[in-house]
Design a protein around this ligand. Structure first.
Ligand SMILES: O=C(O)CCC(=O)C(=O)O
Ligand SMILES: [Fe+2]
Length: 321
């Protein structure tokens, strides 16, 4: 299954970079002529402690800026990304802060041409919202909790493949798999859950040819994407009720992505990486309405989402090159 391989491939990005660093450091240590191996080990240990200290101090300084988000992460049970975030912080490429130096807000733009999108936003790394870009898609009428429940539960073999092979993120809520999401009781799926236990938010990649063919009939390729750009072979769906969605994180994927808001409204919060402190704004927020498409490079910004009161939030999107 090509799509499954892609996910494995994604995970390998982390491992590959890490391994390159790891091998480089081993090579370096072999070449050095230090006789006393024990002393050397102590030296490396001290260096690592200092590096971790510097990183912690840097994060501490930044924490003043997005302290609330960090506290929310620390206090929630959403530890999916946990200490992996520290590793990602070490291995991610340095961000060019000039790109957001003069950015005072995330723009919401209607009717953009392919040319303008390509020149200003496609690979510009500052997120942008193209309003109404998904208007007219069948998904706006068809997507609902029940639509997905029907899609994924009508064939147990397909469901099993998806549970085994497609990525699923529970964002700290209590679901362990997409199967559980679609087996929850009606009380949990009722239309306007109050805050508290009834809230939930999940995301998954649809990497099954049977279901993704059906999904693709409900959506279109965003009209502003450069003609030659290819989209990733599987779509991501994020769904849930009002309240916290994705917690603050940074991704380690190769490409920028688009995400169409099919139902409900969602607030996105973007926090620049550490090296942009004092150059760019501390935090950017933008609201994505039903029918809008947001473009973001999730590798370059810490980001979190919050579902606003109203309809269930359902989005679909993918990466593009
Ligand atoms: O839509 C969301 O809530 C989060 C999506 C996300 O983290 C991403 O696209 O990288
Ligand atoms: Fe993300």
């Amino acid at each position: 299954m090509q799509l499954k391989e892609e996910f494995v491939g994604k995970k390998k990005v982390d491992a590959k970079i890490f391994r390159a660093h790891f091998l480089a450091s081993i090579k370096q240590s072999q070449e050095s002529k230090v006789d006393d191996l024990a002393n050397k080990r102590v030296g490396v240990f001290v260096l690592v402690v200092i590096l971790v200290g510097v990183l912690a101090a840097a994060i501490g300084v930044r924490a003043g800026v997005y302290k609330k988000d960090l506290i929310a992460v620390a206090h929630s049970t959403r530890c999916l990304v946990s200490n992996n975030e520290v590793v990602k912080e070490f291995v991610r490429p340095v961000f060019n802060c000039e790109l957001c130096r003069n950015t005072s807000r995330i723009e919401r733009i209607a009717n953009i041409s392919r040319q303008e999108f390509l020149e200003k936003y496609a690979y510009g790394t500052v997120p942008v919202v193209i309003t109404g870009a998904a208007n007219g898609w069948k998904a706006l009428d068809s997507f609902s909790y029940l639509y997905f429940k029907n899609l994924y539960t009508k064939d147990v073999v397909v469901m099993d493949d998806i549970v085994q092979g497609c990525q699923f993120i529970n964002w700290g809520y209590h679901f362990d798999s997409i199967e559980e999401v679609f087996n929850m009781t009606d009380a949990k799926t009722k239309l306007e859950p109050g805050p508290g236990d009834d809230s939930w938010y999940v995301g998954w990649a649809d990497c099954h040819p049977k279901t993704s063919d059906e999904l693709r009939r409900q959506i279109q390729r965003p009209y502003f994407l450069p003609e030659e750009s290819k989209t990733s072979s599987s779509e991501w769906i994020f769904m849930g009720w009002r309240g916290p969605g994705a917690f603050l994180h940074i991704d380690n994927v190769r490409l920028p992505s688009w995400q169409a808001q099919i139902s409900g409204r969602k607030k996105w919060i973007f926090v620049p990486v550490l090296e942009c402190a004092g150059i760019c704004k501390d935090k950017y927020e933008v609201i994505v309405e039903k029918g809008d498409i947001i473009i973001l490079d999730s590798n370059k910004w810490f980001h979190s989402t919050f579902v606003l009161p109203g309809d269930i939030s359902i989005t679909i999107g993918t990466e593009y090159d």
